[in-house]
Design a protein around this ligand. Structure first.
Ligand SMILES: Cc1ncc(COP(=O)(O)O)c(C=O)c1O
Length: 363
């Protein structure tokens, strides 16, 4: 009998389905003015300072990047008031999530994840043949941290928490995080994914970097993909105890973040005006979408991030396809076990109006 090409746990993996690219939709439908509000990207474009830095860095492309991202880490460390040795850079924060599982989980270890959480945690665990418990959600399909704590066994090594969570836009509070951290036994590491950190304006929102500083066994991940508008560059980072970072850096590929991404991220950190403008655009966009969803009598989940989950009055997949034909790309949530729901990213005011008008026409 021939050996199977891949292990069972690889054969069982379900490919990730990204948001449909605008170019693909336009080619399929022969249109030119589609909008993509499907991947929680920044609708204002990249940080202008980052763009200038990329142009200047182009002439160094014959050289390998700085594998340690030294100057970028120093700058980040200054901003976050941590030691550079506590930061690991990744090819997007996704890579840091992967690295967390690769570095700290041993064969036989177990992870705890919430139902309807960002799918990459499942992938990091499942692709290594590790075991997991998927905990039922709490309010608004968000994380129930107390239930996650109860799912910890003597094999548990890692808890993955998205704060805010994608696709629900929900968040755990500082009090909930504190209670969770207090209850966890020593070997457990919390991976706290803060990809949308810079958007959150709720005063009860916990700061993962502060939790690391206070001694928690925690890896806080953040990204330049969202508010800094650099999703295509693929650069993010994790902040963690220096001992964790030391091991993670041994597992990491030596040149995992490229020189254009490093230069862009460095410059973007100075672009406070762009960050402020992005946050304000998002705040106004959320308000507009809530008002319109109410007017259209569509159920939605209030969000602290740059996207909103809303419930379709028809099968979500059908509404998604019909919106595509209007040149509007959103994301159906069947893959997140929410087959009635769609996720829309907050766009520019014009994009938000276009989305609502297409939606209204279809309902
Ligand atoms: C919750 C969450 N974490 C991480 C990421 C990945 O971000 P990055 O582009 O930094 O890999 C995303 C992207 O959509 C996300 O929604």
């Amino acid at each position: 009998m021939s050996r199977e090409l891949v292990a069972d746990y690889i054969a069982r993996l379900v490919p990730y389905v990204p948001g449909k690219p605008m170019e693909e939709l336009e080619r399929e439908l022969g249109i030119t003015d589609s909008i993509k509000v499907a991947s929680n990207e920044n609708p204002l474009g990249p940080s202008p300072k980052a763009l200038r830095a990329i142009r200047a860095a182009l002439k160094t492309l014959n050289r390998y990047p700085d594998g340690n991202a030294t100057v970028l880490k120093e700058k980040l460390a200054g901003k976050l008031k941590v030691k550079p040795e506590m930061i690991v850079m990744g090819n997007g924060s996704n890579e840091v999530l992967e690295l967390a599982a690769a570095t700290f989980m041993r064969p036989g270890d177990h992870a705890v994840i919430s139902e309807h959480a960002f799918v990459v945690y499942d992938l990091a665990v499942d692709s290594r043949g590790l075991s997991k418990t998927v905990v039922p959600p709490g309010k608004n399909y968000g994380h129930d941290l107390a239930a996650m704590a109860r799912a910890v066994t003597d094999k548990t090594r890692m808890l993955f928490i998205a704060n805010p969570n994608n696709p629900t836009g929900t968040m755990a509070t500082r009090a909930e995080m504190d209670a969770l951290l207090k209850s966890l036994p020593e070997p457990v590491i919390v991976v706290l994914d803060e990809a949308y950190f810079e958007y959150v304006e709720d005063p009860a929102y916990p700061d993962g970097v502060e939790l690391v500083k206070s001694g928690a066994r925690l890896i806080a991940t953040r990204t330049f993909s969202k508010i800094y508008g650099l999703a295509g560059c693929r650069i993010g980072y994790g902040v963690m105890p220096a001992e964790f970072a030391d091991y993670m850096n041994r597992v990491r590929q030596p040149f995992n973040t490229n020189s254009l991404a490093q230069a862009a991220a460095y410059a973007a950190l100075d672009d406070d005006a762009f960050v402020r403008r992005s946050r304000a655009t998002n705040r106004k966009g959320l308000k507009y979408l809530y008002r319109e969803f109410k007017r259209l009598k569509l159920e939605f989940i209030p969000s602290v991030a740059n996207f909103v989950l809303f419930k379709s009055s028809m099968e979500a997949r059908v509404l998604y396809e019909r919106l595509l034909h209007q040149g509007v790309i959103v994301r159906p949530m069947g893959g997140y076990k929410l087959p009635q729901w769609l996720r829309v990213t907050v766009g520019t005011p014009a994009e938000n109006r276009r989305f609502i008008s297409a939606l209204e026409g279809l309902l």
